[in-house]
Structures are given as C-alpha cells and as structure tokens.
Write a protein that binds this ligand. Structure first.
Ligand code: SIN
Ligand code: FE
Length: 297
C-alpha cells in the first residue's frame, strides 16, 4: 500500500501556497498532515481541556454554522470561552482550506465545528458507533447524495498524548471487497425510513451503499485485525485534513481534539472520477442517485 499520508511543512495557518498535487492527493483519499501547524491555545483556555465540560449523554461539544454552541456543560463563562476557542479554530480551518485547496473556494458549505474532550480509549459504545473500528464516514439519518465530507482536525492534548489513527487501503480496494456483501437497495424501504423520519430525506442507493460499507467494515473482525492498515500517531500541535467519506480510518486513542467539517457538493472535485460516488457508480454499473437511480429495484 502507498503511504496514506502526505506531509506538508506549513507553519502558519494563512501562508499556504497551494500546489495542485495536494488537491489531487486529498481527492485520492490521502490525509494531508501538517506536523508544525498547531492551534495556539490562550493561557486561560487550558482550563477548558476537561471532560466535565461535555454535557452528559453527548459525544462532542459543537458549534453550529449558526454560531450556537451545543453539547457543553459548565457555567455561562466557560461556555462562552468554549465558543470562542472553537470559533477561532473554525476561522483558521476555513482559511487553511481556502488557501490549500483553492479549487473549492466558494463551493464549500459550512457544517458544525466540534470539540471532542472524551478519552477515546475509554469510550463504551456499540460496534456501529465505535470509531476505533476502521470505517468510512456515512450518516444514517442524513442522506447526502454524494456530497463530500471534508474534515480538518487538530490535536490539543496538553499531556503530549498523540491522537492515534489507523489508515487503511484506498477506497476502491475497500469498495471492491465490501460491495459484493452489501444488502440490495430497496426503494420502498427508503420510503418507509423517510416516512418514519428515520432519515431526513429519501435515502439514495449511494447513501445505502456507503452505510453498508461503514457497517460491514466495522463488523468484520478479520478486516479490522488484518486488513491493510498503517498506524499514524498525530502529535499535539499538529493538523490533518481528509475526505473522511473516502479515507478509511479509525481512531485508537487520544483526548482533546477539534474538528471542522465542510461539505463539497457532488461533482465539484477537480477529478470527480476519484470520488466515492463515481467509484461506487462504476462498480455498480448503474446510477446511484438522481434520475435513473432506483429503477427496477
Ligand atoms: C472519526 O471520524 O472516526 C473520529 C476521528 C477522531 O475522533 O479522531
Ligand atoms: Fe470517522
């Protein structure tokens, strides 16, 4: 397997001089890794690195595109400080992506920014929700019809703990392995899920296949243990960027991370043929979204 990482020595969030190969690499499912691009905490923000600032029953603190903070516990002052910290990361992440991947300028849609104070090793969760298992990101309740999930991450750990990821084989290899095992798409089932408000809109065959890949990967013990993979410890004071619907990944350990999600409409990649939608469509041999999709099923 070729290295799933492309290292970039940038030291300043606003000084990226784009190189076309970076866009090509991220669109091929690589992780762009910036070992020297840390997020600077203000001295008073050190006190925000506490798991108790997460509201009981939530996974992350998140700052919505509307500027509203969700999932935070703590007093008003602490919540304000959290919103400021996460908001500052948002600005820097947006600037970085604009400079680094200029082809997407004006096309990206802002999604929430999250602060994740939980210790990954101790999280108890179902297999399906367990991100310590290799997967590609796919949303069960929000069909996206091939819209891309671009994510910027930074490790904030104050004790020097890396955020350890595993990175797997390229998307097409994984799709070839798991697609034959996917349950067939049924339009009537998608309609039932929508009517029951399990999904916010009609689940397309693309969304169905992405979820099937997500689940089949997570439940396959042999793949989890012996599939092609590389372990990558992202140290505190580093940043990494990937299309998380394409880069096969798992998070094994770490605590205190921030993440910015951006959505790119389908077909707006520099090389749309490298996208999960194009790859799955090619492998299926029929349209998976839009006109013509779902026929004869
Ligand atoms: C994930 O998207 O699987 C989570 C990544 C992380 O928490 O580091
Ligand atoms: Fe994930």
């Amino acid at each position: 397997m070729n290295s799933p990482i492309v290292e970039i020595g940038l030291t300043d969030w606003s000084q990226a001089h784009p190189e076309p190969e970076w866009t090509r690499a991220v669109e091929a499912g690589k992780v762009l890794y910036f070992p020297k691009l840390g997020f600077q905490l203000q001295p008073q923000e050190q006190a925000l690195l506490r798991e108790e600032l997460l509201k009981a029953g939530t996974r992350n603190v998140s700052l919505g595109a509307d500027g509203l903070l969700k999932g935070a516990a703590g007093n008003e002052q602490e919540q304000q400080a959290l919103a400021e910290m996460v908001g500052r990361f948002r600005q820097q992440a947006l600037q970085l992506v604009d400079d680094l991947l200029p082809e997407y300028k004006g096309l990206l849609r802002l999604a929430p920014t999250s602060f994740r104070p939980k210790q990954v090793e101790n999280r108890a969760q179902s297999v399906r929700a367990d991100d310590r298992r290799m997967h590609v990101d796919a949303f069960p309740s929000r069909p996206n019809y091939g819209e891309r999930i671009l994510r910027v991450f930074t490790n904030l750990n104050p004790q020097g703990a890396p955020r350890v990821w595993r990175l797997g084989d390229d998307f097409e290899a994984v799709a070839r392995q798991f697609m034959p095992r996917a349950k067939p798409y049924r339009l009537w089932q998608a309609k039932v899920l929508k009517a029951l408000h399990v999904t916010k809109s009609l689940r397309s065959e693309y969304d169905h296949l992405m979820l099937q890949m997500h689940d089949l990967m997570k439940f396959d013990e042999t793949y989890q243990k012996s599939g092609t993979q590389t372990t990558m410890p992202f140290p505190p004071g580093s940043v990494w960027v990937c299309f998380s619907d394409q880069a096969t990944h798992a998070v094994m350990s770490g605590q205190y991370m921030m993440e910015q999600t951006l959505y790119l409409p389908p077909g707006h990649e520099v090389d749309p043929a490298s996208s999960p939608l194009a790859i799955l469509t090619r492998l299926a041999g029929r349209p998976l979204v839009g006109v013509g999709a779902g026929k004869a099923l």
